[in-house]
Design a protein around this ligand. Structure first.
Ligand code: KIV
Ligand code: ZN
Length: 399
């Protein structure tokens, strides 16, 4: 079914936590899940319960303590995994079991040592078993993008007939290009059918070639109505599609996707990015789209002048729409007088024209040597250059 709503399936706590060096404790996972609920994602993949007692506990606590989103748990296609996943999520308001089994020749031969027939049978049996527990079951043909397409379609169709309600198409090793991935999704949407035509087709893209977001968006354009991703793009190896980038691309350019919608409270994106970064110890790169500290910073004089006159000259998103409230005009060696005046106003300092020129010249010298001038540094430069009699505090007691 192709509705106009794209569901956001957040796997920060499952695939995201599979990043090298990340190990969240159950309380940290609950805190992040609560923030994801505030963000308004549709589904939280809380973990892989059979993988460790700590993960089981975290998934169980999230199921009991977090309201709003569907809570999903991952399971391989075997009875123990599926039963354990159910045990962990059974108290959730809306539990989902997500089961997977690879369909690519390389995985079937070398990892699973299973034939195509055995894979088909295992998928039918495991989806049917999951369906005995809950009517919300997702199946993923792992490594779908390196699989024979007709075989993937046959396995996905068998999964749907056994009761799967979401079919997720993983680009497990980040191998696809947007055009291959879009074509694959188009075929799955056209050929995998349920009785009531209500199967949701989902994307799950890894970022090995830096294409995870582009591939996910190509999937949406081709009819996918669930996107899986992680906050800050964390995940196995180079990570997953970044949730904040997918959400803001669809919000900002919904015209490019036939008017589809996402139901996320985007003003929580920045806070969510920061809590994930703090708990995982993974920093957010300065120039990261949407949530990087420079995502809305303007340093060159020409850009600053434009933004001060009208933001839209150099900004396609409103920083407050993603919850960013920091300073957007950054003083550096490329900054011009308009930005400098703005920065002085921001720190509550008024200068006569002579002092303004002297402080501006000194700011440029300092910036040449040491980069960005923050508000504290600017204040120190003002104090250094002009005597108190030239400085009129517009706002007393600010500092
Ligand atoms: O990348 C992948 O194939 C996965 C599956 C378990 C969905 O993470
Ligand atoms: Zn993955």
């Amino acid at each position: 079914m192709t509705t106009d709503r794209v569901r956001i399936f957040d796997t920060t706590l499952r695939d995201g936590e599979q990043s090298p060096g990340i190990a969240l404790n159950p309380q940290q996972k609950v805190d992040i899940a609560k923030q994801l609920a505030r963000l308004g994602v549709d589904i939280i993949e809380a973990g892989f319960p059979v993988s460790s007692p700590g993960d089981f506990e975290a998934v169980q606590r999230i199921s009991r303590e977090v309201e709003g989103p569907v809570i999903a748990a991952l399971a391989r296609s075997n009875p123990v995994d599926i039963d354990t996943a159910w045990e962990a999520i059974k108290d959730a308001e809306r539990p989902r079991i997500h089961t997977f089994l690879a369909t690519s020749p390389i995985h079937m031969e070398h990892k699973l040592q299973m034939t195509e027939e055995e894979v088909l049978m295992a998928v039918k049996t495991s989806v049917a078993r999951a369906r005995e527990y809950t009517d919300d079951v997702e199946y993923s043909p792992e490594d779908a993008t390196r699989s024979d397409v007709d075989f993937v379609i046959a396995v996905c169709q068998a999964a749907v007939e056994a009761g799967a309600t979401t079919i997720n198409i993983p680009d497990t090793v980040g191998f696809a290009t947007p055009w291959d991935y879009g074509k694959l999704i188009e075929r799955i949407v056209a050929e995998v059918k349920g009785d009531r035509d209500d199967v949701i087709i989902s994307t799950h893209c890894h970022n090995d070639l830096g294409l995870a977001v582009a591939n996910s968006l190509a999937g949406v354009k081709a009819g996918a109505r669930q996107v899986e991703g992680a906050i800050n793009g964390i995940g196995e190896r180079a990570g997953n599609a970044s949730v904040e980038e997918v959400v803001m691309a669809i919000r900002t350019r919904s015209d490019a996707f036939g008017g589809v919608e996402v139901g996320v409270n985007t003003s929580e994106l920045y806070a969510t990015s920061r809590i994930v970064s703090e708990y995982t110890g993974y920093p957010v790169q300065y120039n990261k789209a949407v949530v990087g500290r420079n995502a809305f910073a303007h340093e060159s004089g020409i850009h600053q002048h434009g933004v001060l006159r009208k933001r839209e000259t150099y900004e396609i998103m409103d920083p407050t729409a993603v919850g960013f409230s920091g300073s957007d005009i950054v003083l550096g060696k490329h900054s011009g007088r308009a930005a400098f005046r703005h920065a002085l106003q921001r720190i509550g300092v008024e200068l006569d024209e002579t002092s303004f020129d002297r402080v501006f010249a000194r700011m440029k010298q300092v910036a040449d040597q040491s980069g960005i001038i923050n508000d504290t540094r600017l204040r120190a430069i003002v104090d250094e250059v002009v005597s108190d009699s030239h400085v009129v505090e517009a706002i007393n007691g600010m500092f």
